[in-house]
Design a binder for this molecule. Sequence first.
Ligand code: KIV
Length: 277
Amino acid sequence: MPGKKNNPKLKEVKKVTTNVLLEMKRKGEKIAMLTAYDYTMAKIIDHSGIDVILVGDSASNVMAGHETTLPITLDQMIYHASSVIRAIDRALVVVDLPFGTYQGNSKEALNTSIKIMKESGAHAVKMEGGKEIKDSVERVLSAGIPVMGHLGLTPQSIYKFGTYTVRAKEADEAKRLIADAHLLEDTGCFAIVLEKIPATLAAKVAKELSIPVIGIGAGGGCDGQVLVTHDMLGMTQEFSPRFLRRYLNLYDSMGKAFSQYIKDVKSKDFPNKKEQY
Ligand code: KIV
């Protein structure tokens, strides 16, 4: 489907679909994914040529300041997703199902996913977990809604795990993760995210699966990578895992700009004669 609603530089945009991602995997072309939660950021990211935008429940941390991803609500996710969708010309937009809206209840998973798709216009949903959420994944897929899986460090289960350390380092957990990855593929997921697991394990999963495997802290053997945009831009300071590459230090740059603005207002330098009517 062609589109050029937001980017005047683009004559015609070939939209990224789940099939395009599958084709990229087949060709060995890496998939780039970033998070976005608002219109302005999503527009910049989309126009930079990103393949997938994730409206992650990390919005709970990044946008709302919660310690975990658990408190964010369905309506809040829909608000973020709608803002992102209004900005997009090209990227595939995937939305996290928030905690408590799909686990142990496939009917609720379906209703939640339909509400997200209808009210935000998103293209796909993401769920955390393996065989314990199989019924939910199946039921959502039965409505024609593409599902992305998420294994390894699954932040919605933080109180079960107790820490944000690397997952599946031991053989039995690694074996379970491989089985879950196959199960998600067999159930019909179009891609999976692997978070914070050993690089060799992630590479093995990516090799065994025919659907794209997107890594975060899972090494270079995955079919694509995802980062939280605010982290890779250096807007957040407190979060510094080994896997995070910071492309800017926006915390400092923005802080300097704000300080200069305050100085200019206080010193009556702003606004000057040219900046008024
Ligand atoms: O919510 C999120 O941002 C995520 C990514 C870290 C994969 O799930």
